[in-house]
Design a binder for this molecule. Structure first.
Ligand code: SF4
Length: 184
């Protein structure tokens, strides 16, 4: 595969090993970086850092209504929802120009999770599940874009399905190539 044929994917930055998490760490995913990576031109995005929050920073979670959750720091209750939403909507316009074929998000993040991140009630107890603030805005803006998270991609069936959606039709990769990548 030539450089020109690399597929363009967005990704939560911490999955590529960037130390952008609230605790200064990362969540490097070796399959994504080392096995899929040579075929991909990544557009890494860390919405929390990009919207102006520092590293390290106070951990956050989602609170309130699952339909319209708030992004709030766990210890001091600072509400960063408006900041994140305003930044994310502006970033969508830039991502439109990036020509992405898909996006791989970090699971269980109040900003990046595509699904099943806990939403907490006023007492701090989990009461429902929803999507992270950035991921939700992304999925609403690009409703037909294939999206997945690294946890779901650990399942061979889901991984193969995602890879077929992003690689097969656009790049004509033969099924054996997809199976090879999927076996890694
Ligand atoms: S999960 Fe998203 S917001 Fe959190 S560190 Fe990773 S890229 Fe940044």
């Amino acid at each position: 595969m030539t450089v020109q044929q690399k597929i363009k994917l967005g990704i939560s930055s911490c999955l590529l090993g960037e130390k952008v998490r609230y605790d200064g760490g990362h969540k490097l995913d070796h399959f994504l970086r080392d096995t899929l990576g040579p075929y991909v031109e990544w557009t890494p995005v860390c919405p929390e850092v990009a919207c102006g929050l520092p590293v390290p920073r106070e951990a956050m979670h989602l609170t309130g209504s699952p339909d319209a959750p708030r992004l709030v720091t766990i210890g001091t209750g600072k509400d960063y929802t408006a900041r994140m939403q305003q930044w994310a909507r502006g970033r969508m316009r830039e991502l439109e120009k990036a020509g992405l074929c898909g996006f791989i998000f970090k699971s269980r993040s109040p900003s990046c999770a595509i699904q099943e991140v806990m939403v907490h009630d006023p007492s701090g107890s989990p009461c429902a599940s929803g999507s992270g603030i950035f991921a939700l805005i992304f999925m609403e803006h690009f409703p037909l874009m294939p999206v997945e998270d690294e946890a779901r991609l650990a399942d061979p069936e889901k991984r193969e399905n995602f890879m077929e959606r992003i690689l097969g039709p656009l790049h004509g990769l033969p099924l054996p190539a997809l199976k090879y990548l999927n076996s890694k």
